[in-house]
Design a protein around this ligand. Structure first.
Ligand code: C2E
Ligand code: CA
Ligand code: CA
Length: 421
């Protein structure tokens, strides 16, 4: 590491090569601002391992020091510091039109982070994530390896609650150009530690960067474009399953998300058997995930019929975001589901919120009573993993193991993970 001085601030500079070869990440630059020098060093080291160039500032004397921010893609910012505090810095950043992706950090309670995040949203400074101190190295790494969100072009759209500014034409073009690519997040069998499978999560490889699904799915779902998108994700995923098998990664379960919109028109129950002929994949290797709120809405009979037909063809069905819906639990039993996927909102807070803990435990015992598999998403720490194992959960998915990865990176991840078992 070299030491350089910028303005009044102490700056350390480091360069190291990219570990993960994440295609979307090309030598991003990260600045840490934190009065605790050991935190600056720790985050810099993790960031360098994740392929970043890093600098850090431990003493921010004046607003002028902030001008260095222009050269950075990511700012890891401690909210409580002597001199300028994090909230003041956010206001100055907006004033100076400095908009790196933010990682907000504090040793104070979660609500402080949430308040700062709301402020950043209002000021339209993109937030990559938040970290409560003390944090886990793996969490920092996963956060920094995430794709960047593409900020919206104009303020009025953000204020009205729409996080995107894409047109239907732009999305149609992207579909033709095959810019919607599934990434894959590993799922771990908690009894054996083996890789149970992956969830396919679509990303838009846009000229301006990687766009996350929340920023384009609502528009796609409100147009019939969800039909070609879903088919494209399914077929690309099946093609990757064949590649994984060629790399010795056999017996992997794959979960694919389905939107309820136009599900009947998609006619998957008829299309899937043709695809099964094309790839070395069987129906039992594929689980379709459906959001509870939609799936249990009995008014959508044609959607329920489409799901039942898929089950009859041998595919598995999973009730996604379990615990967030409004419908009565009794309805669960009337539908052909094989898996309950507990929403990450409950899993992440299972050790800090008694209500979340109760919801997680009762979902697991409900799954047991119904004889279906139980999977927890949003598993970020070893402590939560241990709690899930004690509670009898079958499968876990979350940043503790890995964020979603492009297929090639998933192969590397799986080999490394299995080597360590
Ligand atoms: P989801 O199905 O509930 O997927 C889980 C989301 O949680 C993903 O967000 C994933 O990246 C994120 N996640 C995974 N582990 C962790 C963790 O440990 N901590 C935290 N904080 N988050 C974690 P993502 O990829 O942004 O996807 C958002 C939603 O978009 C998905 O939510 C799903 O409903 C939808 N989606 C994604 N891909 C597709 C697709 O191909 N088709 C359809 N119809 N919907 C999709
Ligand atoms: Ca899902
Ligand atoms: Ca979910």
């Amino acid at each position: 590491m070299n030491n350089v001085i910028a303005g009044n601030a102490q700056v350390k500079m480091g360069t190291q090569n990219n570990l993960g070869d994440q295609r979307e990440i090309t030598r991003r630059k990260l600045l840490v601002i934190d009065d605790e020098e050991d935190i600056c060093e720790l985050i810099s080291e993790i960031a360098e391992l994740a392929g970043y160039e890093t600098d850090s500032i431990s003493l921010l004397n004046s607003v002028d020091d902030l001008s260095v921010l222009e050269a950075f893609d990511v700012l890891a910012l401690d909210l409580s510091m002597p001199g300028l505090d994090g909230i003041e810095i956010l206001h100055y950043m907006e004033h100076l039109n400095l908009k790196p992706q933010l990682v907000l950090m504090t040793g104070f309670e979660q609500s402080v982070l949430e308040g700062a995040k709301k402020l950043a949203d209002q000021l339209q400074i993109p937030v990559l994530g938040t970290l409560s101190k003390p944090f886990q190295v793996q969490n920092v790494k996963s956060l920094l390896m995430q794709p960047f969100t593409v900020p919206a072009k104009n303020k009025s759209q953000l204020r009205s609650g729409q996080a995107n500014d894409f047109s239907v034409q732009e999305i149609e073009r992207a579909l033709v150009r095959n810019e919607f690519i599934p990434h894959f997040q590993p799922q771990i069998d908690l009894a054996t530690g083996q890789v149970h499978g992956v969830e396919a999560l679509v990303r838009w490889h846009h000229d301006r960067g990687i766009v996350m699904p929340d920023n384009f799915l609502p528009l796609i779902e409100s147009n019939k474009l969800i039909l070609p998108l879903t088919l494209s994700v399914i077929e690309q995923t099946m093609a990757q399953m064949e590649r994984w098998q060629n790399h010795g990664l056999v017996d992997l379960q794959v979960s694919i998300n389905l939107s309820a919109a136009y599900l009947d028109e998609l006619n998957l129950a008829s299309l899937m058997p043709q695809l099964l002929q094309k790839y070395p994949v069987t129906a039992e290797m594929i689980t379709f995930e459906i959001t509870e709120r939609i799936a249990l809405d009995g008014s959508n009979q044609s959607c329920l019929d489409a799901l039942t037909r898929l089950r009859l063809k041998g595919f598995f069905l999973s009730l996604d975001d379990f615990g967030t819906g409004y419908s009565s639990l009794a309805q669960l039993n009337q539908l052909p589901f094989n898996e309950i996927k507990i929403d990450k909102g409950f899993v992440m807070h299972a050790l800090s919120s008694p209500i979340s803990q109760t919801i997680v435990q009762s979902s697991i015992s409900l799954a047991k009573q119904l004889g279906v598999r139980c999977i927890a998403e949003g598993v970020e720490t070893k402590e939560i993993e241990s709690f899930l194992i004690e509670s009898g959960c079958d499968v876990a998915q979350g940043y503790l193991y890995s964020p979603s990865l492009p297929s090639d990176d998933f192969i590397l991840w799986a080999k490394e993970y299995l080597d360590k078992l």
